[in-house]
Design a protein around this ligand. Sequence first.
Ligand SMILES: *Cc1c(COP(=O)(O)O)cnc(C)c1O
Length: 378
Amino acid sequence: MKPRLFTPGPTPVPEETLLELARPVTYHRSAEAKAILAEVTEDLKYVFRTANPVFTLTSSGTGGMEAAVSSCLAAGEKVILLTAGRWGERWRGVLKAHGANIVAVEVPYGKAVTPEMAEAAVKANPDAKAVFATLSETSTGVGHDVAAFGKIVAPTEALLIVDGISGLGAMECRVDEWNIDVCVTGSQKALMLPPGLAFVSVSDKAWKKMDATPVRNFYFDLRRYRKSQLESDTPFTPANTLIRAQRASLKRIRTEGIENLWARHERIAKAARAAVRAMGLQNFAERPNSALTVISVPAGVDGSGTLKKLEKQYGYKLADGQDAMKGKIWRLSHMGYTDAFEVLGAISALELVLAEGGFNLQIGSGVAAFQQAYAAGK
Ligand SMILES: *Cc1c(COP(=O)(O)O)cnc(C)c1O
């Protein structure tokens, strides 16, 4: 059976990128390695839609989040946390570990933090040093209106710090235009690479704050990365094999064009949601994003058991809900190197498994709705 990866990280990796990973290991301080890093940095700036520097860290996405928190904040400083799920809670965990004074704006799983909620919190806390948000809340499929958050935060002294892991490269995100001061992403979501790299952009406003903040971290101090980047270098040994491979995936993104890529994800996401409705199921996210489709497990259906059958019988690996959401939702990724017809296959397999389990649905209803919505979405 052919294994098919539909988890919202890691995601499938294109062939030309996998081939890069098979090539011999090279020295990371060579002129060639520096040239590759410089090229990757330029392509990342293109993807982030920023003229500011973007740093490559050898860590998973959370390392990028920790770099943002520890470089921008002194212990005890007040921050506003906008949280709508597990990844908002990841921000909370990192902030707590670094002694931040957290004012949380929290909504239940499946809901989005609205710009009005963010605005009220910013007004009530003029002494906040930063606002933390999540572009794509991968645990629920919710997408946040980060452009609106940017308009609210930009006129204040606070920084807007965004977890763009899973969102960046799958849905519209314009770092400079939207006034995002620090944007973090990871290699294994929409950027078509295995896990192992984090990328962080930093605005001028954020540099000013960092330069006035005591050093609290060694490996993740972004000031070190700024210094090294002047020589197209990194402060520590980077995962240079991954960086070289990332170059190949970024070339693919540049060839497609970032706006075409956003449109492709949106078209697939709309078709997938139409399929869900046609199958008599419900989309879980109140404000869905284009990186993944999150389906509520219907009453009477064994959510986790259904996913196990999907994988065992048809090779489709979807993700279960996390923590309290386990067994309650199914998460189907369509980010990165995944096309419409692969997602159509996943819908088809889900229909079969549900029908076999006795769920009342007409086989083919989801597939037909997907195709119709996809055709209409041109
Ligand atoms: C995957 C993910 C993370 C966690 O990243 P790691 O690479 O596992 O450290 C954080 N935030 C969001 C939104 C994610 O999707």
